[in-house]
Write a protein that binds this ligand. Sequence first.
Ligand SMILES: Nc1ncnc2c1ncn2[C@@H]1O[C@H](COP(=O)(O)OP(=O)(O)O)[C@@H](O)[C@H]1O
Ligand SMILES: [Mg+2]
Length: 257
Amino acid sequence: MVSSQYILQTENLSRLFGGQVAVNAVSLGVRAGEFKSIIGPNGAGKTTLFNLISGMLPPSSGRIIFEGQDITRRPAYYRSRLGIGRSFQMTTIFPNLTVLENVRLAVQSREPHAFNFWQPASRFGGDEETAFAILDMVMLGGRELQTAQTLSHGDKRKLEIGILLATNPRLLLLDEPTAGMSRDDVPGIIEVVQRIKRAGGRTVMLVEHKMDMVMSVSDSVMVMHYGELIADGSPQEIAQNETVQSAYLGGYTERAG
Ligand SMILES: Nc1ncnc2c1ncn2[C@@H]1O[C@H](COP(=O)(O)OP(=O)(O)O)[C@@H](O)[C@H]1O
Ligand SMILES: [Mg+2]
């Protein structure tokens, strides 16, 4: 059933690889402004679900509705134009440009500009202000004039997130932003995600294994297991759910305080 309270809905969404079901009849709804996380063991189908939502992969069956529109058969570029922003495959850092130029270009790529070629020059200043604000949010303030390729691994990840934010997606999909980061880089990435949450006004789907972060930033948490959605609720509900405990959390309990 299509419901307007959701910005994104999937209905019985499935994806098979050969005979194997990676995503199994997943029906979910994401509300505008909601911060929704997806947890589950490796191989549970989280990335495949994101690939289906962003259009990187066609589903085997089921439907995807975005802002009331059936986008199930729409190509990835179309979904990206509608405002589905996906890390990180769709994000390209220009290595020879500065950090600021990378983000400013992404700001300028926002839809309205395409129809507004003869905008006044002052508009450029506005874009730069927006870029500075985004760089502040992703904790790259002070690095604006550094060439992107000279950034550390962790700062490159922050820049990727900044570029994605700069395109101002209606729905932001973050697939394991801390994956592949060194232990020293992880806290910074977690802080960036928390700042995105604190700034508010964004609809985010986050896949992460860092449970402290998931439990602190999420309005709701979905649990996937062998391709199926086995639970969906508030962080507290999920932390106390026994099925989830045995399937995945392995005794995770919220820390006191
Ligand atoms: N392109 C693909 N071709 C074949 N099998 C795939 C492909 N992508 C994912 N899978 C399989 O689908 C299942 C779900 O994978 P994935 O969505 O990456 O899980 P997660 O992101 O939760 O770790 C796994 O068994 C994986 O091997
Ligand atoms: Mg994955």
